[in-house]
Design a protein around this ligand. Structure first.
Ligand SMILES: Cc1cc2nc3c(=O)[nH]c(=O)nc-3n(C[C@H](O)[C@H](O)[C@H](O)COP(=O)(O)O)c2cc1C
Length: 156
């Protein structure tokens, strides 16, 4: 099984998190592919893969610019995603109290609305805490990935 990480970012933090996971979790899964969200649409979910949405939040609770097309396509070209299993890493900053980590939360909401099933809880990183998202995200993923792969085997 392949883990496909879809990255939404403005200033590359989410990409660094994805790269850290690609290196540190290689022993847990057959393959880890990173895809920047630029230019993607809902068709990206057609593959037989486990998905990890890894995105930050911008503006007033918006998805990053490079995630806009994919996010919009979930609404504009909707289709049933009942076979899709995914996790979410949501990067944000609690200083933005009203919209904390909305980028990841919005993807989660829209994917669930199309029948996709999230495995486990969202991993949310708060930039105002001063912790390293790469370290915490990798540690979270090492716990999440075995559970997610097991859940995929059960529902396959
Ligand atoms: C202009 C700007 C707006 C932001 N808006 C939000 C927001 O509404 N909610 C939130 O939780 N974080 C917000 N953030 C924080 C970023 O999501 C956070 O710093 C994240 O780690 C950046 O990741 P990236 O480098 O992958 O884009 C904002 C940051 C900037 C610079």
């Amino acid at each position: 099984m392949k883990l496909k990480i879809l990255v939404g970012t403005m200033t590359n933090t989410a990409e660094y998190v994805a790269q850290a996971i690609q290196m540190d979790c290689a022993d847990l899964v057959d393959e880890i592919e990173i895809a920047m969200m630029d230019g993607l649409d809902i068709g990206v979910f057609d593959e037989d893969a486990l998905y990890l949405i890894c995105t930050s939040t911008y503006g007033s609770g918006d998805v990053p610019d490079n995630a806009r097309n994919l996010y919009d396509s979930l609404e504009l070209q909707p289709k049933y995603l009942g076979a899709v299993r995914y996790g979410v890493i949501a990067l944000g900053d609690r200083t933005y109290a009203q919209t904390f980590a909305f980028g990841g939360r919005k993807f989660d909401e829209r994917l669930q609305g199309l029948g996709a099933r999230r495995i486990g809880e969202l991993f949310i990183h708060d930039a105002s805490e001063g912790t390293m998202p790469e370290e915490l995200g990798t540690a979270w993923c090492r716990e999440w990935l075995p559970q997610a792969l097991a859940a995929m085997r059960v529902t396959a």
